[in-house]
Design a protein. Structure first.
Length: 436
């Protein structure tokens, strides 16, 4: 059994254990205890590496779609984890049917729910290898933390579809915590928030705000991601000094600019340059994309999956002199308007079809909540994100080169596999490093 006091290895490497179904799941009338973990008795499937490419493509395209859409409405700095959103919606779509499923799959850039489940499971296994003890530049040992966990929180007297629970166990390593939204919605909120806080090392302490859960809530699907990694070569704190950072409107602020020579990769394209700064042992990295002066808005507005792939394809091994500001960003993002803009509409209406989750009463999605945090300094990066899909009963409401990031820039944190497709984990922008 896995110790729940520790973060699960990325997306849960192994199932939480083989548990028998509760009476509610097996169709008996008596409700399960509120703290029961209801789940299928199937073990998690071994990952098929060949199917990881599909999930990689889906996450990359969703990364571009979400950032482009959010950037059009969110002011200031921005950070999100489309990877976390893909995991939460990837679980949700397993119970969607008909046009509801078709819209969700189109938003997720996936051909089918089954393919997506298999691909995310394989991507899970591949990314899990990025975490662990690593050798640092000075010969000492350090730790790369990269973890993600899935959980479901369902109304305790609801009869859940066995096939839905089987899929969650086989591909997402998750069972269902049984709570009582009908009589104690705030207690359920506290339990979900405590779980997310534990998984993100308290960087996301209150994902679900007061009032989100009501007596009509029936199910919440949650993914939480946590990353903490030291740079392969730390920035020298003695070299950090104030320097002007030019904002989009032409005004300047004094930012603490860090400087370091990096053995990484460098690339360029129409209107931008990019550099990859590796974390310890090189299996994870941050790619910073610096648009030419006056080109930031244009590039961000046209950002798509093909462009993200083009940036990665342009990168070549190089010695790079990198200058980056320190920054910290927290973004709290209600995603329903974004997902509706991307084509997922039926899922939020009384016409939603989630009959693959339960046939006891019709469900719709009442909210999709996302929160992300990032802090970057001379030592490395700490980032966390969580996504909750809240469902309720329907009828309710080469040569050395230089990159100096002294103006607005984009960044993507991703795995850094050579010869493979790098999967984005976080994406963001910095318009003013002195802001939040």
């Amino acid at each position: 059994m896995i110790d729940r006091r520790r973060l699960l290895t990325l997306l849960t490497l192994a199932p939480l254990g083989v548990l028998t179904m509760s009476p509610a799941l097996s169709g008996c009338a008596s409700p399960a205890a509120a703290d029961d973990l209801a789940r299928s008795d199937l073990a998690r499937e071994a990952a098929d590496p060949a199917s990881a490419a599909l999930a990689h493509a889906a996450v990359t395209d969703l990364t571009a779609d979400l950032h482009r859409t959010l950037a059009a409405t969110v002011r200031g700095n921005l950070v999100s984890s489309p990877f976390s959103v893909a995991m939460a919606l990837g679980m949700t779509v397993q119970g969607a049917r008909g046009a509801t499923a078709s819209e969700l799959l189109a938003t997720l850039h996936a051909p089918s729910a089954a393919d997506l489940a298999s691909g995310l499971n394989a991507l899970d296994a591949a990314l899990a290898t990025r975490a662990g003890t690593v050798r640092l530049f000075d010969g000492s040992e350090g730790e790369v933390a990269l973890s993600s966990a899935n959980s479901l929180w369902g109304q305790r007297d609801t009869v859940w579809d066995k096939g839905f629970l089987d899929t969650l166990a086989r591909h997402f390593g998750s069972g269902m915590h049984q709570v009582d939204y009908r009589t104690a919605p705030d207690q359920a909120r506290r339990e979900v928030n405590a779980w997310v806080g534990e998984q993100t090392r308290e960087r996301i302490p209150e994902l679900i705000a007061d009032g989100v859960f009501t007596v009509d809530t029936r199910l919440t699907l949650v993914n939480a991601v946590y990353l903490k990694a030291p740079w392969q070569l730390p920035f020298d704190t003695d070299a950090t000094r104030p320097a002007p950072f030019t904002r989009l409107d032409g005004s300047t602020v004094q930012a603490d600019l860090m400087h370091a020579p990096v053995t990484g990769r460098f690339g360029r394209g129409e209107g931008w340059v990019a550099a990859t700064v590796p974390y310890a042992d090189g299996r994870l990295a941050m790619t910073v994309v610096l648009p030419d002066v006056g080109r930031f808005a244009e590039l961000e507005q046209n950002l798509d999956g093909a462009w993200l792939r083009a940036v990665q394809s342009s990168l070549r091994d190089s010695q790079v002199q990198v200058s980056l500001p320190r920054w910290t960003t927290r973004s709290q993002l209600p995603l329903r308007p974004v997902l509706e803009q991307l084509g997922t509409r039926l899922a939020f209406t009384d016409d939603a079809d989630f009959s693959g989750i339960t046939s006891q009463e019709p469900l719709l999605i009442s909210a999709v909540i996302h929160e992300a945090f990032i802090a970057v300094d001379e030592a490395g990066t700490e980032a966390a994100a969580a996504t909750a899909v809240v469902m309720m009963a329907t009828g309710a409401p080469a040569d050395p080169v230089t990159l100096i990031a002294d103006r607005p820039f984009l960044y993507v944190i991703h795995d850094n596999a050579q010869g493979a497709l790098p999967t984005p984990l976080f994406i963001g922008r910095v318009l003013d490093p002195t802001g939040r």
